[in-house]
Structures are given as structure tokens and as C-alpha cells.
Design a binder for this molecule. Structure first.
Ligand SMILES: Cc1cc2nc3c(=O)[nH]c(=O)nc-3n(C[C@H](O)[C@H](O)[C@H](O)COP(=O)(O)OP(=O)(O)OC[C@H]3O[C@@H](n4cnc5c(N)ncnc54)[C@H](O)[C@@H]3O)c2cc1C
Length: 390
């Protein structure tokens, strides 16, 4: 067992930090919570692409860097630590590019991967529907063959990054007569096709990071079906592991953790710095313990990926733990800040850039998106502990 990074890995971390420090100085971004999912900055994504940091682990023959999963972990850890606005490329880099690499045709790889690598393809995730969330296989959106095309009709909910996506990863039913898990296929389609209507979902934080997307007779060429027709559900399962696996489940709100500790150093109450208050110290120390546990769980996921295995149970465990950590972080920060801590970023009286209320409200959804905590615990119970399915 070796918990140390190599010299090269430490040097890479330093390189990423220097880049982010420089961009902060230039004012390209301000640190914020949820930058990976809500931070829209084509300019930043272009710069990351210019560094070769999108598709870091993808094979060189497809324009990637062929680097290790550990290097990618370092890159994403630093992006999250700085609260960088990486939403334009995050999903394509994390899971959709991998899916194309695993199941796509050569033509699909040559068309889509270079666009992702250049930071020009922003892919939203169109899986959930009003009647299909945890039980995704119940989805009703239909893709019906018509010559060289599929005609797509249906409705998706919670499609991420829909307001700026150039492409949408879409799952649809291609065989209505087959058992529900066996009639589903995956597509990656142009988000600007006629018949697609995007209706933003304004969430509890006031953000429009997600949307309902309606598909009304959308004609999609068959060349955009990914992998095997009707086997999509099994392909999705692998992809969901990557969606759950990352450090963003632990560090989506890292700027808040950093800021609240700093706040207790700089703020005096009753003549004493807050960080000398026993209760506050205990709470911060407890958060730090939980953060380190979460970090080990997420590092383990990366090691499993580095061994070429699918991080199924490991990712489920890490996401279930880490998202509840982020919820506790938001609660503790709100308690420490007191009433002013409830002011949103737009208020000039809001402490620490109004991150606490954003995080408090936003973090409620963390244990739902990409699989609810209950569903993840089912995975741990059945595939981890070998308990029977219900
Ligand atoms: C902030 C946010 C972002 C999202 N982003 C996306 C996105 O980008 N793309 C996308 O396609 N979807 C996205 N989703 C949708 C998300 O995947 C679903 O909300 C999630 O899968 C749960 O589905 P549901 O909301 O229909 O709840 P349901 O599936 O109806 O679940 C309701 C409750 O029942 C529990 N439950 C359900 N089944 C079981 C079971 N078998 N055992 C135990 N308990 C169970 C659940 O845990 C939950 O508490 C997002 C959701 C949120 C909140």
C-alpha cells in the first residue's frame, strides 16, 4: 500500500494549480460551489482543452493523452478545489467520450471525439423522464425507425447543461415489445435539431442548470445510435459508474469548506476569534475527518479504474458517503455563519460570497442525481454484500 503520489504526479498537480492561480488572477473565474455542473465558461473550457486536459486518459490514437486515471484524479481534484467553471466539458470528458470510445463506431469516434477534445462539444445528459428516474428502464421516449433515420418523440427531465449543450446524450426505447430493460438504445445527437424544445427548470437555488427537454418528431440519422440497438440499458450501467465515481461528489462545494475555516479565523465574536470556540472547532474537525474518509473512498474508485475494472460497488459507496458529507458541510457552514449566512450571493451583506445558502439548498439534490442514496445502498447490499434483491 502506498498513499504517496510520485514526483511526476506532484509536478502535474503543481502545473494545474499554477494554471488555475493564473486564471484566477486574470479574473477568468471566481471560485464557486458547483463549478463542475453550473460553471458555464466556454473561454475556460477552451483553455483547458488547449492544455490537453480534456480526454487526458483517452488513447493517443483518438487525440487523447493516454495518461493515467491518477493524473485525471489530480486534475479534477484541483479544478474542484479552486471551484473552476468546468461545466461545458465535464460530462463529455467524464463519461460520454468514454462511452463513444467503448461502444462507438470509428465514424462516431472521428466525428465526436475531436470536438470534445477541442472544448467545442458540450454534452447534456438526457436519461430521466417524469415517470422514469430510479427505474430508468421504464422510460417512454420512443425512437422509431424510418429508413436511415429514427424519429424520436418523448420528454426528458433534469437534462443537465441543457441551456448551453451542443449535443445531448439521449436514451430512448427502440423496441416497445421487448422486456423493458432490453428495448432501450443510446444516441448522441445534435441538440439543435428541429423538434427539440428546451424548457429550463429553475431549481431551489434559482439556477437554470437543468431543463425539461421535449422531443417532437426529431429526425436523427441512424449513424448517431451508439453501440448495439436495444442493448443500451446495459451500456448505460457502465457509464453510470463513471458518473458516480468522481471527486465532484466530495468536492463540489470545496470552496465553501476552505472559506468557512478561513472565516472562523478572521471573524471575532465576543472578543474572540470564532476558531477558538470549542464547539466550532469540534464541528470543523469532524468535517475534516469526514472529508478525509470521503477522499479515500474516491481514491479507491480511481485505483479500481486504473486496474481496468468497472468501479461499480466502490462508486456507489463513495457517492452515497460523499454527497451526504457535502450536505453536512452546508449545514455546519450555515450554523457557523448565523443569520447573515442565509443571504444569497447578490446581497452585499452575504458572507463568503453567499456560498453557504447556495450549497445548503443545492446539496439536497446531490443525493438524488446520478442515483439516489437508497438506490446506491441497494447496489452495495446486493453486489457488495451479496444480499438477495428485494
Ligand atoms: C439536481 C439534479 C440533477 C439531475 N441531473 C440529471 C441529469 O443530468 N440527467 C438525467 O437524466 N437525470 C438527472 N437527474 C434525475 C435523477 O437521476 C433522478 O431524480 C433520480 O434518478 C431519482 O429519480 P426520481 O426523481 O424519479 O425519483 P424516484 O425514482 O421516483 O424515487 C423517489 C424516492 O423513492 C426511492 N426509491 C426509488 N426506487 C427505490 C428502490 N428500488 N429502493 C429504495 N428506494 C427507492 C428514491 O431513493 C427516492 O427517495 C437529476 C436530478 C436532480 C435532483
Amino acid at each position: 500500500m502506498d498513499f504517496k503520489f510520485t514526483e511526476e504526479q506532484e509536478a502535474f498537480r503543481q502545473e494545474v494549480r499554477s494554471f488555475l492561480e493564473e486564471e484566477l488572477k486574470k479574473g477568468t473565474f471566481k471560485p464557486g460551489c458547483d463549478g463542475w455542473i453550473q460553471g458555464y465558461s466556454p473561454e475556460f473550457t477552451k483553455k483547458v482543452a488547449g492544455k490537453g486536459w480534456i480526454g487526458l486518459t483517452w488513447p493517443k490514437e483518438y487525440g487523447g493523452q493516454g495518461r493515467s486515471e491518477i493524473d485525471r484524479l489530480i486534475l479534477t481534484e484541483e479544478m474542484l478545489r479552486y471551484g473552476a467553471p468546468a461545466a461545458c466539458h465535464w460530462f463529455a470528458d467524464r463519461q460520454i467520450g468514454r462511452s463513444v470510445l467503448a461502444y462507438g463506431t470509428e465514424e462516431q469516434k472521428k466525428e465526436l471525439l475531436p470536438q470534445i477534445l477541442k472544448g467545442e462539444a458540450y454534452v447534456g445528459l438526457g436519461m430521466s423522464e417524469p415517470e422514469a428516474g430510479s427505474d430508468l428502464a421504464s422510460l417512454k421516449t420512443r425512437a422509431v425507425e424510418d429508413g436511415d433515420y429514427y424519429i424520436i418523440d418523448g420528454q426528458k427531465m433534469w437534462t443537465s447543461c441543457a441551456r448551453f449543450m451542443t449535443h445531448v446524450y439521449l436514451v430512448a426505447r427502440t423496441d416497445p415489445d421487448a422486456p423493458k430493460h432490453r428495448g432501450i438504445s443510446e444516441f448522441i445527437i445534435d441538440a439543435g435539431l428541429p423538434g427539440i424544445t428546451i424548457s429550463p427548470t429553475i431549481d431551489i437555488t434559482g439556477s437554470e442548470a437543468w431543463a425539461e427537454v421535449f422531443y417532437d418528431g426529431v429526425r436523427v440519422h441512424k449513424k448517431y445510435l451508439i453501440g448495439e440497438k436495444n442493448r443500451g440499458f446495459y451500456q448505460i450501467l457502465g457509464q453510470l459508474d463513471y458518473e458516480r465515481a468522481g471527486l465532484e461528489r466530495l468536492m463540489g462545494n470545496y470552496p465553501l469548506l476552505d472559506a468557512i475555516i478561513q472565516f472562523t479565523r478572521e471573524t471575532r465574536r465576543d472578543g474572540k476569534p470564532l476558531c477558538e470556540d470549542r464547539l466550532i472547532r469540534q464541528k470543523l474537525a469532524q468535517l475534516q475527518i469526514e472529508f478525509e474518509v470521503g477522499r479515500l473512498l474516491t481514491y479507491r474508485v480511481v485505483l479500481v479504474m486504473e486496474e481496468g475494472r468497472a468501479p461499480n460497488v466502490e462508486a456507489a459507496m463513495a457517492k452515497a458517503y460523499c454527497t451526504t458529507f457535502e450536505q453536512r458541510l452546508a449545514s455546519v457552514a450555515t450554523e457557523i455563519l448565523g443569520l447573515y449566512g442565509q443571504l444569497i450571493a447578490e446581497s452585499r451583506w452575504a458572507p463568503i460570497l453567499g456560498m453557504a445558502p447556495h450549497s445548503y439548498l443545492g446539496s439536497k439534490g446531490y443525493s438524488l442525481q446520478a442515483g439516489t442514496t437508497e438506490v446506491l445502498k441497494n447496489i452495495v447490499a446486493t453486489r457488495g454484500l451479496g444480499l438477495p434483491t428485494e
